[in-house]
Design a binder for this molecule. Structure first.
Ligand SMILES: Cc1ncc(C[n+]2csc(CCOP(=O)(O)OP(=O)(O)O)c2C)c(N)n1
Ligand SMILES: [Mg+2]
Length: 670
């Protein structure tokens, strides 16, 4: 190793221990163990420009083991990302800093994805690799490889023990994503001790079986690392796993190679001992040797020149292939074509259509018009209606297909969807049965945290799944999702609301959307007597009322498949002389975003008995029912039976709803 390389990797190590020491918390072990690999990758291979962290054709670098965040922050500082000053390193893990405990997308320039929950980054990197292949297939032209980059990830023991990485790796191998390289930080250490406490996998054998190219190196030998990276780039038709034998906490005399190097500050004595061992000034914190600064300064013009060359190529591409360049730009901006809404299918009353089927018809139009809308299902497309055959399948050898096939891998699917969104210029969607939301809660949560536009198409949304029984009947799922900040949850009442829900999902640029759709047919609401379905965008709207202008005595509030029942029940109450109002409330979050005046208009704070009707747990609905209202809900697991029987047993019939409303009126004396 030459002198400046040695100084540079030791700078990463000492910046790390200084930051962890100052914060009195953090994880020094990984950055110290992975400094060598990261240095070789970043200085000899990675295509990026610190002056423009968002350059579209940059390589993506994912630190899946996000606890090693100081590795990233040190690299950003040395490479010259403007935001990453030494003061930011000094503010590691502090309020308002650009250096949070675990990397957060959108907070720190250069962070490609939010990591920390182990395993997620592996799926994210596969999503990014799929995105690159897709865009290359759609946009590259002879002599104009406008999308021509690679995806690298550092993955730890924890990442590779987590199931999501198995799902993601299996799919990446199957698809032959040769633009993807993972470096396995094979240090044999996790928190509780050495890895053989709980894991004896032959990781290399496992990945070979997934169809990966596997290379083994000494993770501290720069020559071997460089050789392995060259091999990964040259290898065609398969992703590469570089298994790097590393020493966690390398450089610390007392801690290196041991579990206690994983986290927590070393303490002043061990910091001093480490610096002594590395030949560093002991009394200096956050020091960067002049030679290291000069070395990185020397790389910056080369990095900038690469982007400039790409920019010139893109201009020439735009001149030669103007339509493709325009499509590329539309995709980057996720631009919705003029009049799109008017081209969506309109569903006529009198028919009964499951909202999953309506969603499928809408998706067909959307995917046909929007090449940046890509997605698929976890082996349930015939049920979730998300396969659009005219748009082709993304497969090894046909990377231009818009339909993705995730296999029965919901957790992997969620993390891959996030990766597609992180990559930029794509809106990904993924679908499965609503009850299996729990199999992908971690990536849903992270997509919300990271402000990603991802659409989750979740069908078979209630006990009315019927005969499949309680294993397949979600009851608590809506309440659980409504609790996630920055997540839009929409349960449309009929086919026309479903079309509107898709439009909202496409407008929800900075957050994920969950579309909650029915398996069973639902009557298409006759909008002649009711308000238009566009009301969905406001989260809740007055669908129908018996005496417009007069204050209602009773308000029925329903979502999804319960709305048409409320409508009929409301009409029955009106026939009996009550002033009734029916509110369709597909989305709490959209409603809460409305001005108070609108919310009060729909649900007047005074008077009126309010009955909420939803085939799920009642938790949370009290706020809309009000203290004198009632929630007709399912506060237990469902049962295996035909859906009409379930409707009767649980009270979700027109009679049941009307009776409950009358009882409520009676108790209030209205
Ligand atoms: C899903 C998840 N479970 C648990 C943790 C807590 N955790 C953080 S790091 C870690 C394991 C550390 O082992 P490894 O991944 O090999 O990292 P190293 O110690 O080698 O840096 C655990 C269990 C987590 N971050 N994410
Ligand atoms: Mg480890």
């Amino acid at each position: 190793m030459d002198r400046v390389a040695e100084l540079a990797v030791n700078t990463i190590r000492t910046l790390t221990i200084d930051a962890v020491e100052k914060a009195r918390s953090g994880h020094p072990g990984l950055p110290m163990g992975c400094a060598d690999f990261a240095f070789v990758l970043w200085t000899k291979f990675l295509k990026f420009n610190p002056a423009n962290p968002g350059w579209e054709d940059r390589d993506r670098f994912v630190l899946s083991a996000g606890h090693g965040s100081m590795l990233l922050y040190s690299l950003f500082h040395l490479a010259g990302f403007k935001q990453m000053t030494l003061d930011q390193l000094r503010a590691f893990r502090q309020w308002g800093s650009a250096t949070p405990g675990h990397p957060e997308f959108g907070v720190t320039d250069g962070v490609e994805c939010t990591t920390g929950p182990l395993g997620q980054g592996t799926g994210n990197s596969v999503g990014m690799a799929i995105a690159q292949k897709y865009k290359a297939a759609r946009y590259n032209e002879e002599g104009f490889p406008v999308c021509d980059h690679r995806v690298y990830a550092i993955v730890s023991d924890g990442d590779l023990q987590e199931g999501v990485s198995h799902e993601a790796a299996a799919l990446a191998g199957h698809l032959g994503l040769d633009n993807l390289t993972w470096f396995f930080d094979d240090n044999s250490v996790t928190i509780e001790g050495m890895t053989d406490l709980a894991c004896g996998d032959d990781v290399g054998g496992r990945f070979a079986a997934y169809g990966w190219h596997v290379v083994r190196v000494d993770g501290h030998d720069h020559g071997q690392i460089e050789g392995a990276l060259r091999e990964a780039i040259a290898h065609r038709g398969a992703p590469t796993l570089i298994i790097g034998r590393t020493v966690i906490g390398k450089g610390s005399p007392a801690r290196q190679g041991k579990p206690k190097a994983h986290s927590d500050p070393f303490g002043p004595e061990e910091v001093a001992a480490t610096k002594r061992q590395l030949g560093w000034p002991e009394d200096e914190a956050f020091g960067v040797p002049g030679e290291v600064e000069a070395f990185f300064a020397g790389l910056r013009p080369k990095w900038a020149a690469r982007e400039a060359a790409w920019g010139r190529m893109f201009e020439a591409y735009a001149a030669r292939h103007p339509e493709k360049a325009a499509a590329w730009r539309d995709s980057a901006a996720k631009r919705l074509p003029e009049g799109l809404a008017s081209r969506l299918p309109a569903f006529s009353p009198g028919k009964a259509v499951a909202t999953r089927s309506a969603g499928g018809e809408v998706l067909k139009v959307l995917m046909g018009e929007l090449p940046w809308l890509v997605g698929g299902s976890a082996d349930l497309a015939p049920s979730t209606k998300t396969f659009v055959k005219e748009c082709g399948s993304f497969q090894k050898g046909s990377f231009g297909g818009q339909n993705l096939h995730f296999g029965i891998r919901e957790h992997g699917m969620g993390a891959i969807l996030a990766g597609l969104a992180y990559h930029g210029g794509l809106v990904p969607f993924g679908s499965t049965f609503f009850v299996f939301t729990d199999y992908m809660r971690p990536p849903i949560r992270l997509a919300a945290l990271s402000h990603l536009q991802v659409v989750f198409v979740m069908t078979h949304d209630s006990i009315f799944v019927g005969e499949d029984g309680p294993t397949h009947q979600p009851v608590e799922t809506l309440a659980a999702l409504r609790a996630v900040p920055n997540l839009s949850v929409i349960r449309p009442a009929d086919a026309n609301e479903t079309a509107q829900a898709w439009l909202v999902a496409l407008e929800n640029r900075a957050r994920p959307t969950v579309l909650v759709l029915s398996r069973q047919d639902l009557p298409v609401i006759d909008r002649g007597g009711c308000a238009p379905a566009a009301g969905l965008a406001r989260g809740a709207y007055v669908l129908w009322e018996s005496a417009a202008g007069a204050a209602p005595e009773v308000i029925l509030i329903g979502t999804g498949s319960e709305v048409h029942v409320c409508l009929e029940a409301g009409q029955r109450l009106a026939a009996g002389g009550r002033r009734a109002r029916v509110v369709s409330m597909p989305s709490w979050d959209l409603f809460e975003a409305q001005p108070a005046s609108y919310r009060d208009e729909v649900l007047p704070p005074t008077a009126a008995a309010r009955l909420v009707v939803e085939a799920g747990v009642g938790m949370g609905w009290e706020r809309y029912a009000g203290p004198a209202g009632r929630v007709l809900s399912v506060d237990r697991f469902g049962a295996s039976a035909p859906s009409q029987v379930l409707a009767k047993e649980f009270g979700f019939t027109v009679e049941g709803v009307a009776e409950a409303a009358l009882a409520l009126c009676g108790s209030r004396g209205c």
